[in-house]
Design a protein around this ligand. Structure first.
Ligand code: DGJ
Length: 747
C-alpha cells in the first residue's frame, strides 16, 4: 500500500471515527431585513427577539428551528387588562425592569440617587459578532444602560446574560438583577420538572402541572445548594414523553444565591426569569462601573426529555467543561474517605495503593485528614500543611509509590473553610463571614472564610498553589461542607467604603467571582490539574462551577440503590462525564443495607467510576471480581462518559435500564438492574435506542448465563423487539456491550 494511500485511509477512518452521530446544524444569528429583529438558530431550535413599537425588546418565538422566511414579526405591546394589569405585565418582554406597572418578576430593580426606584428600558443599538448578539438599552431618564447578550451554540443551546452599566455621575444601588427572562408560547397545558432534595438525597426528580402564579426555585444558602438545582424543564402534557415531544429546558450558571421564577400570568403568559437571588441582595454601582449577571442557558427540542438531556450533555462536553471541546476521560479512581476516614496516614495508604493498583485504578486520592491537626472535623481546617505525625516524611514517599504503581495522585482540600480550632482562625478571626456582635453559627464545627476579601482570596490561592507546586498532584477534590449563616462582611483596613450603602451585600457576588478566579488561576498555572467540585456531595453543581471543574461528587450517599435514583435525576441536567460514583462497602454506612458487589459496581458505572471501599478488608473473590469489573468498565469508559445516554426505563420501575451509545454509534453498552423480583415475573425486555438500524451488532454480555440470544443482532431488531435478559432475585444486575459490525450490513 503506498504511503499516500495509507495516509488517505487513516485520515478517512479518523474522520468517520470522530464524526458525531448528530451532525449539529450550525449556530447562526441573522438580522431580519427591514425590521429590528433577530433570529438565532442552533441545533434544532430557533429563538426570535425584536424591538417593538415602544422600542422595547420583545420575545417573538422560542421553538423548533425556523427558516428565515418563516420568522414572524414582533407582535407589539399587548393591551393591558382593565386598569389592573398594564401592558408591561401583559406583553412578553425580554428584559423588563420594575417600572410602568410591571407586576411580574422584574429582571432588574434599581435605587437611583434621586429616589426613583423604577426604570423603563428602551432600545439604543445592537451588534452581532459571530454567534453573539448584543442589544443595548437605556433607561428613559436615568443614566443607566443595560446590555443584553445572546450567544447561540450549535448543540441547540442559547446563553443569555446582561451587563448593567452606570453611565452617570452618581451611585446606583442594584436590588435585583436577573440574567434573562425566557417567554414560552402561550399555552395552558404545561407541566414542568425540577430537581430537589437534601444532603445525601440530592437530585430527586419532580414533575407537576405548571400552575397559574409563581413557582420558585432558589438558593439562599450562599452556594448552589443540595435542596434545589438551577435546572428546569417545561413540557406539554399529553404530548411530551421521554422519547418525543416538545421540551423547553434551562440551566443557570451560578454557584452563589440564585433564583429562577417560573410564572404563569393571569393571561397564561409563561415566563421564566433567573439570575442573582434578590433575597438580601444589594450591589453598589458607582459611576463608570458595571455588574454582569451569570449566564442563563436554555434550549428547545422536540425529542422529549431524553433528547433534552442529551442536548445539555453534548453542550457541556463541547462548549463548557474546562477542557472542552474534548474533555479528558475521567480516570478510575480510589478515594480513602470511607475506608480510613480521618485516620489517613502514610502506612495505611501505602497498603491501599497496592490493592488499588491491582484492581486497575488509575488515580489514588487521599481524602480528609492529612493536614494540620485534622484528627476529626473539630479542628485543622485552614492549616494546609502536611500532618507530620501521619506523614513523617511528607507526602513524597506516598506519591512516589502511587506513581510507581502506575496511578496519578489526588488530594482532598476544603480551602474556603476554617475551624475555629486552627492556627489560621487564631491569626485571622476577622476573615470569616460574620456580623460584628452576633454569634458565629458553626456547622460541622467550621466557619466560612470571606473569599470576597482580597487578602483571603490571595491566601486561598497561594496555599493551594504551593501544595500543588510542591507535590506532584494531578487532582484536587475541592470540598465545601456547610451553608452560610451570618453573611456579613467584617470591615477591616480600607474596606469601610466598600460596605457603605449595602452593608457589604456585594459578598454574594464577589465571593463567587473570587472562587471562580482562584480556580481559573490554578488551572492556568497547573494546566494538567483536574478539579472535582464537591460540597458535602452535590451542594455545588451548576454550569458556573463546571466551567472550572472537571467533575462533581453528586452525593455523599453511596448506597447503590439510592444512588440509582440520585444518578437518574443528576443525569437529566449534567453529563455522565461529570458524575463520579464510588463502589463502597456493604452493609452501607447510611442505611446498613446489604447489596452484592456486582450490583454496586454496575450502579457506580453510570458515569466516572470510583472505588471507595476498604480494599484491605475485601476477600480474594471480591478483589478478583473488582479487577474484572474495572477491566470491563475500561472497555466502555469513552462510550459511557462521552456517548449518548438513553434512559430506557427509570429506577422507579424497580427494573432500571440505561444505555449509552458512542458518538459514531459503533459501540453501545446497556445496564440492567433488578431491585427485587416479584411473583416470579421475568425481567422486562430491554428495548434499545440510538443504534444504527441497518447495522449488525455483536453482543458481549458480561454474564453469558444472563443472555441466551444470538451473538449478533440487527440494530433495528434491538430497537424493535429488544433483548431478553435473565435477571432474577434481589439486587441482580448485568451489562451487555455491543459492537457494530461494519461488514455485515442488512439490505
Ligand atoms: C464531604 C465529602 O462529600 C466526602 O466525600 C468527604 O470528602 C468528606 N466531606 C470529608 O470531610
Amino acid at each position: 500500500m503506498s504511503s499516500f494511500f495509507r495516509t488517505f485511509c487513516i485520515a478517512t477512518f479518523l474522520m468517520f471515527a470522530v464524526m458525531p452521530a448528530y451532525p449539529e446544524k450550525p449556530a447562526e444569528i441573522r438580522a431580519i431585513p427591514g425590521r429590528i429583529e433577530w433570529v438565532l438558530s442552533g441545533g434544532n431550535m430557533s429563538y426570535v427577539v425584536g424591538i417593538n413599537d415602544e422600542k422595547m425588546p420583545q420575545s417573538v418565538y422560542f421553538g423548533r428551528r425556523l427558516s428565515e422566511s418563516a420568522v414572524p414579526p414582533v407582535a407589539g405591546m399587548r393591551p393591558g387588562w382593565a386598569s389592573f394589569e398594564t401592558p408591561m405585565t401583559t406583553t412578553p418582554l425580554e428584559y423588563a425592569a420594575w417600572g410602568a406597572g410591571l407586576a411580574l418578576e422584574p429582571a432588574l430593580k434599581v435605587d437611583s440617587a434621586n429616589g426613583d426606584r423604577t426604570l423603563i428600558l428602551k432600545y439604543m443599538s445592537s451588534q452581532i459578532e459571530a454567534n453573539r448578539l448584543e442589544i443595548v438599552l437605556k433607561d428613559t431618564t436615568q443614566p443607566l444602560k443595560v446590555h443584553l447578550f445572546y450567544e447561540m451554540f450549535p448543540e441547540g443551546v442559547l446563553a443569555r446574560w446582561s451587563r448593567i452599566e452606570n453611565v452617570g455621575r452618581q451611585t446606583f444601588k442594584i436590588d435585583q438583577a436577573a440574567s434573562a427572562t425566557w417567554n414560552l408560547p402561550r399555552a395552558s397545558n404545561y407541566e414542568w420538572s425540577w430537581l430537589a432534595g437534601r444532603w445525601a438525597a440530592e437530585w430527586q426528580l419532580h414533575t407537576a402541572v405548571l400552575q397559574p402564579g409563581t413557582q420558585v426555585l432558589e438558593s439562599r444558602v450562599g452556594t448552589t445548594s443540595h435542596t434545589t438545582n438551577p435546572w428546569f424543564e417545561v413540557h406539554q402534557a399529553g404530548l411530551t414523553t421521554e422519547q418525543s415531544g416538545p421540551v423547553w429546558f434551562g440551566e443557570l450558571g451560578w454557584s452563589g444565591n440564585w433564583k429562577i421564577a417560573v410564572e404563569v400570568s393571569s393571561t397564561y403568559n409563561v415566563r421564566i426569569t433567573g439570575g442573582y437571588n434578590p433575597f438580601d441582595f444589594g450591589f453598589r454601582l458607582p459611576p463608570g462601573q458595571a455588574l454582569e449577571t451569570p449566564k442563563f442557558y436554555a434550549g428547545f427540542t422536540e425529542g422529549g426529555m431524553g433528547e433534552a438531556s442529551r442536548v445539555l450533555h453534548r453542550f457541556q462536553l463541547a462548549e463548557l467543561l474546562p477542557s472542552h471541546p474534548r474533555p479528558k476521560l475521567r480516570p478510575v479512581l480510589f478515594d480513602s474517605w470511607e475506608s480510613t476516614r480521618f485516620n489517613v496516614a502514610e502506612q495505611n495508604q501505602m497498603a491501599l495503593v497496592d490493592l488499588a493498583a491491582k484492581l486497575g485504578v488509575e488515580r489514588f486520592v487521599i481524602d480528609d485528614g492529612w493536614f494540620g491537626s485534622r484528627n476529626s472535623d473539630h479542628s485543622g481546617l485552614g492549616d494546609w500543611f502536611v500532618n507530620s505525625e501521619k506523614f513523617p516524611h511528607g507526602l513524597k514517599p506516598l506519591i512516589e509509590r502511587v506513581h510507581a504503581s502506575g496511578m496519578d495522585f489526588g488530594i482532598w482540600v476544603e480551602p474556603e473553610m476554617v475551624n475555629p480550632d486552627s492556627d489560621l482562625y487564631r491569626r485571622h478571626p476577622d476573615w470569616v463571614l460574620a456580623f460584628p456582635d452576633r454569634q458565629r453559627t458553626e456547622e460541622r464545627h467550621q466557619l466560612v472564610l470571606n473569599l470576597a476579601k482580597p487578602e483571603v482570596k490571595e491566601y486561598v490561592f497561594s496555599v493551594i498553589d504551593r501544595l500543588v507546586t510542591e507535590n506532584s498532584i494531578a487532582f484536587l477534590k475541592w470540598d465545601y461542607n456547610r451553608t452560610w449563616s451570618e453573611p456579613g462582611w467584617l470591615a477591616g483596613g480600607n474596606e469601610t467604603d466598600q460596605i457603605n450603602g449595602t452593608e457589604g451585600r456585594e459578598v454574594y457576588v464577589d465571593y463567587v467571582r473570587n472562587l471562580y478566579d482562584i480556580l481559573a488561576r490554578l488551572r492556568k498555572k497547573h494546566p494538567n490539574l483536574d478539579i472535582e467540585s464537591c460540597a458535602g456531595g452535590g451542594g455545588r453543581v451548576d454550569l458556573g462551577i463546571l466551567r472550572f471543574t472537571d467533575e462533581t461528587w453528586p452525593s455523599d450517599n453511596t448506597d447503590a440503590l439510592d444512588r440509582l435514583n440520585i444518578q437518574y435525576g443528576y443525569l437529566h441536567a449534567y453529563a455522565p462525564q461529570t458524575m463520579m460514583s464510588w463502589v463502597t462497602d456493604s452493609p452501607n454506612g447510611f442505611d446498613h443495607r446489604f447489596i452484592p458487589l456486582k450490583f454496586r459496581f454496575l450502579a457506580a458505572m453510570q458515569g466516572g467510576l470510583g472505588i471507595g471501599g476498604a480494599l484491605d478488608h475485601w476477600s480474594a473473590d471480591d478483589l478478583a471480581l473488582g479487577e474484572t469489573m474495572v477491566r470491563f468498565y475500561k472497555s466502555v469508559q469513552g462510550t459511557i462518559q462521552q456517548g449518548s445516554l438513553y434512559r430506557l426505563s427509570p429506577p422507579s420501575t424497580g427494573a432500571e435500564q440505561v444505555e449509552y451509545v458512542s458518538q459514531d454509534s459503533s459501540q453501545a453498552v446497556v445496564f440492567a438492574y433488578l431491585q427485587a423480583q416479584h411473583n416470579a415475573l421475568t425481567y422486562p425486555r430491554v428495548v434499545l435506542q440510538g443504534l444504527a438500524p441497518d447495522s449488525m451488532y455483536r453482543l458481549y454480555p458480561l454474564d453469558p448465563e444472563k443472555y441466551k440470544g444470538p451473538d449478533t443482532v440487527a440494530g433495528s431488531l434491538l430497537m424493535g423487539e429488544g433483548l431478553e435478559l435473565n435477571l432474577e432475585g434481589d439486587y441482580a444486575a448485568t451489562v451487555v456491550r455491543l459492537e457494530r459490525l461494519h461488514e455485515e450490513r442488512r439490505p
